[in-house]
Design a protein. Sequence first.
Length: 432
Amino acid sequence: MNSIYNKLVEKQATLAVIGLGYVGLPIALEFAKKIKVIGFDINKERVDMMKNNIDPSNELDASDFEGTDIEFTTNIEDLKPANFYIVAVPTPVDSHKVPDLNPVLSASRTVGQVLSKGDYVVYESTVYPGCTEEDCLPVLEKISGLKLGLDFKLGYSPERINPGDKNNTLASIVKVASGSDNEAADNIVKTYELVISAGVHKASSIKVAEAAKIIENTQRDVNIALMNELSIIFDKMDINTYEVLEAAGTKWNFLKFFPGLVGGHCIGVDPYYLTYKANELGYNSQIILSGRKINDNMAALVAKKVVQMIIHEGKSAISSRVLVMGATFKKDVSDIRNSKVADLVNELNDFSVNVDVVDPHADHNEIKAEYGFDLKHSPEGKYDAIIVAVNHNEYLKIKEEEFLGMSNENGVLIDLSGMYRGKINNMKYWSL
């Protein structure tokens, strides 16, 4: 019997990717260089852009679309020829930090409408252990009328794409894959090996693969929380945190994490999926939620520090002007999802400070729609405080003279990533 892998390679079967965001589009295009692919998304405007070789997420170039066998669509009917479905939709949390499964369940309903006997469904969305089999699978079976094992196979292979990273690309990062049985796992692993040159690790079960993904970002979150707590302590001791980390980092086994605003769609979100499931099972997380609390409060801490520094210079916070440089969730990307800079702006507004925000990568319309404030094209006038919130490469080139030129008398510079440490001599300077 011809396996699904062989059918895909021989183009007797088609792979479909559901959700063409920063995860789905790159993997769809990589597969489309080797096999037939259908790319599906519910956003017509985004799909129209992709049809014109434009990545709405600004991560890929037009050349990445060349030489690909792919059909982009918003029509569910167009998915019917597919036999191997990859679900790569977002998994956010709501305002109460509770996992919002609506996107992944909606995608499951979409796949359920077109699922046929012999098909495979693989989820890449980050979820808590058990979600694929306990939440998504029942939807697939109910809508399709098919049964797992008898009629179709299920798998989970968590995404590991790092937005803005041109070195650790999709193909060069080891992939974790799993299946509902050995046959499923083997075929899913072989299929991903078509595009992952770094290799594929076969997890023993879907739950293990889900758990592996969720702790990758939870580990980072907890470690960054420790750095943020240390920065709070060291600031009270009048010690620069980055100088401490530089000294401690000379030991071979010291883990190099740094303080900062922790946003984005992974590190600031994924731990809540794990703690939610733990709570369901009767365990209240201690370390993980403590770390989340520290990281979520950093924007308020920075805003308070900025206002204190302005007042210390003999100025009124209400009449002061503050420039925030950077609005995306991390350096050199256009992605603004769950950006903690927005929290920083809101905290400053609560102090009645006049805030301008600039960013060479962020889109003004997206910022306005998502967070409700305007993005300036460039700094306007003089400021009492300048906050470099995101360490974009463009900002590395700025000299102290330029900051002085943008500042009122006794202006202060707040450098959240420590990128200007040792370079500022004539301004009040502070970093985490």
